[in-house]
Structure formats: structure tokens, C-alpha cells
Write a protein that binds this ligand. Sequence first.
Ligand SMILES: Nc1ncnc2c1ncn2[C@@H]1O[C@H](COP(=O)(O)OP(=O)(O)OP(=O)(O)O)[C@@H](O)[C@H]1O
Ligand SMILES: [Mg+2]
Length: 511
Amino acid sequence: MSSATDPVIAAPVLSAFNIVKTYGNTHALKGVNFNIHRGKVTTLFGENGAGKSTLMKILSGVTTPTSGEIELDGHRIAFSSTVDARNHGISIIHQELSLAPNLSVRDNIFLGRELHHASGVDFAEEARQTRALMTELEEDIEPMTLVEDLRLGQQQIVEIARALSVDARILIMDEPTSALSATEVEVLFKVIRDLTSRGVSIVYISHHLEEALQITDYAVVLRDGAITATAEAKNIDLQWIVQNMVGDHFDRGSPPTGYEFGEIALSIDDVCVEDTTKSGNLVVDHLSLDVRAGEIVCIYGLMGAGRTELLESIAGRVPMASGRVLLENQPLAGLSIAGRIAKGLVLVPEDRQRDGLVQTMSVGENLSLASIGAFIRRVLTSRPREQALVDASIRNVHIKTAGGSAPIGSLSGGNQQKVVIGKMLATNPRVILLDEPSRGIDVGAKAEVFRLLGEKAAQGLAVIYSTSEVQECLSIAHRIVVMRRGRISAEFGPDVLKEDIMAASGEAVVG
Ligand SMILES: Nc1ncnc2c1ncn2[C@@H]1O[C@H](COP(=O)(O)OP(=O)(O)OP(=O)(O)O)[C@@H](O)[C@H]1O
Ligand SMILES: [Mg+2]
């Protein structure tokens, strides 16, 4: 069944012509032609700030183009709103979660398009459909659970369920898997295959390039607001994507060398953390780990292995059931989060929206947030000093922004993540803990973050980097610690094979 030769199937369901979008002086899209292939997965690749989300927001009625045209089934169309686009069968899963945390899963899914029967809203039917969606997504989530009580990955599942509930003909998925576990991704891919086999057209966006390639039929690369390459997936590989995204001379990075590690900077001693959902259960189970000044330790593990709980307990965000942590030989017990930051221990949290950024503040305000304590202590709380720090941070982590006073919400997703990292590094920490920091950042930006951490490590910073991507461990770690069910299941040097790391995590090794 070759679709390319069949003109009926090959005709795109939606075509965008010469789309331009400008925000002030920012040219987000510079004349883009884009096709959505009927019943296929069209994947949009591109660096942070390339314009992917902007293009998708235009195709789903969130925003209007500055100029350009859209054709749906060969007919000119302009969407006046998301509701209008939805009525034309277009649904979108947003990169930044857009759920109401204090509402139930059911209410989030049906918000604004409640189901009715004679005597009002048909809550029972809504709950039934919610349950059916959760079954389809193989997720054990009760309809009446509050979204704020779900972990990040589950919230992402709810976001997906809401988009699925619309029964769209065109489903746009902007980074749908950034917080999902490997199993959840597999389920999502099964759902996608099922949808395309029923003729639904998918647009997919992801910075997990290898993962995305598995599901892609057509690949499109967007660079700096313009399409630079398109191809059928069967004719390309990872190398092709990376090359077209960031250019020829790309290096995945390697751990910094040429210096000796210093004293033990952080000593984690027999730490236990209890599961908040099941009392008596330990999510961190008698774990011990020492990290030296200058050393970069990766904690690799599947979602749910206890990595987040470990890091959050060290940072003082969740209580330890037992055990202790020493920062340069000083016990941390009793210190608040801010107290720990003042002593030189910082955490880049998993959920940037909830913890990392204040969405209503500017890039600059966000960058200096973590350092405010230090500024006040120096009494020299001067704007120039603060501005200097903001400018340096923007340069250091290469944040693509109109400037320090731009609102955080105007930044592309990956650039928001870089603000979080920049903010924490601005405090000049002794120890930095990073929890899945590469979520949503492109391969190039990832390499920049690695280089930056490497540089700081060579100056004595101790780094704990938690990730569920094996390649990241190999790109940055002096030592790789595998965590499984709250314990360390293996430890490796930098020359280990990918397969060995994965096997120790309890993951099935494919291929
Ligand atoms: N509301 C807005 N106001 C001002 N500038 C914006 C706005 N939305 C997007 N931009 C700018 O448009 C450009 C494209 O952003 P976009 O979010 O489309 O990137 P992206 O390709 O989705 O990146 P990422 O991979 O990081 O999600 C960026 O320079 C961004 O700062
Ligand atoms: Mg985006």
C-alpha cells in the first residue's frame, strides 16, 4: 500500500502557504510552507525557538498568522479561535501543560464542552468516557482525582486524553512525551498507530529524536523560522535530523577531563524517603552516595525509580524518613530550602512550570530569583549588579530572548528550561542537583548545557544529574549510578556500554 502513488491519499489534508509570524522584532516564522499528510505522522524537528510551536498554534487557531494562507481539504480557511479549529476537527496537545490543577481529571477533560442530558451536565457519562480514555491509554487514573495530585507524567496523559476525547481528524502533539515513562510512550505510540490507521492525521513534535523517528512517516525540519529540509522517514536517519537541525559539526560531548576531583562535596548517607501515596512504602530505600568536588555523577533510572524523591529530599523539599546528608561535612538537617541554597546546594527541579519559573515575571526577574538572598546580604541590592547577572546568564546558557525584560511566557519551551538552569547556576553553588534538566531542550542546547556544567565542574562544582536518557549519561558523566526501586542497582565508569546501563535499570534492552 504505497500512499505516495495514490493521489487521493497523497493529497495533504491541510496545507499552509507562506506563513509569516512576527512578534515585535522577532520573526518567528518567515514564510513557511507546510503539509499535513492524511492518515500519517508528520514530524516537525527543530531547535528551541525555531518556530515549531508557533506554527502549530496558527494551525490550531490559538493565534493568527501575520500573513499566509491555510487550506483544509483544498479549501481556504482561517480559524478565528481554538473552538473554531476544533469544530473543523483540529485538536492540539500543548507543550506546556494547560490543565487546571485544582479540578478533577474528568472536569479538565470536559471543561468548556460539557456533556449534557435533560437535567443538566451528564457527569456520569463524562466519568465513563474519562475512564474509557484512561483504559485506552493504559493508565490507572480515577476520573475524580485532582490533577494537582498526579505526577507530571500522569498530567501529561490527561492532556493527551483531553485531545483524544475531541475525536479530531488532525491531532497536533507538541512534545507529548517529555514527562512520560518508556512504557507510557509505547502505549501512546500504539494509540497513534491506531489513529492513523483510522485516517487521523498527526503532527508530532519532539526533542527525543530517536523516539520520534520510530513513529514518523514524514520528517520536516524547521530552522530559524524557515523549513530547511523535508523527507520521507524511510529515507533518513538520526544523523540526517541532527545535521539539518544544527549543522555538520555536532559533538554529543564527553565528560570534562584534565583535573583531579577535590574533597567529598556531598555525602548522602543511608537516606530513606517514604512514599506519600502508600504509607510505609519507601521510594528511596537506604541509599548512600558520595560526590566529590569537580565530579559529575549521573543518576540513571526509569520514571518512578525514586530519583526525583531522592533529589528533592536532599534539597529540603520533601522530608527524609531517615538518614542524613552532609554538604562539605556539614549536616543539612533542619535547614530550609533557602538555607540550603545559601550554603551552596541548589536543585533544578523536574517541573519547571510548577517550581522553576514564575510565569508572570520577566526573564530577568526569574534569573535573579534564586540569587536574591545573596544580593540582599551584600546590601548592594543594585539594579546594575542584578542586570549584569541577568545578562551574563542569558549569554552563558544562550537563552534566545528579546532581552531580560521579556516575559517568560514569550520564550520557547526549551529556552524557558535554560532560564531555570541559568537561574540556579547564578547562585554560584558548590553542589548542583539537576532533575531531568534536558526536558524540552534541543540537541544543540543540551550540548551547551553539558559544556557549561563541565566548565563549572572543572572549577570544583559537584554535579548530580538525573536522567532517563542513556546517551546523556555517556555525554557528561564521570560516574553513572543506576537507580532502581529506590536503591542503587549498579555503578559504572564513563566507558560503559549503553546496554549494560539499561539492563541494570530493569529496562528491556531492544535491538
Ligand atoms: N507570545 C510571544 N511573544 C513574543 N515572542 C514569541 C511569542 N511566542 C513565541 N515567540 C518567539 O518566537 C520564536 C519561536 O518560538 P516557538 O515557541 O515557536 O519555538 P519552538 O520551535 O516551539 O521551540 P521549543 O523547541 O523550545 O519549544 C522564539 O524566538 C520565541 O521567543
Ligand atoms: Mg515549542
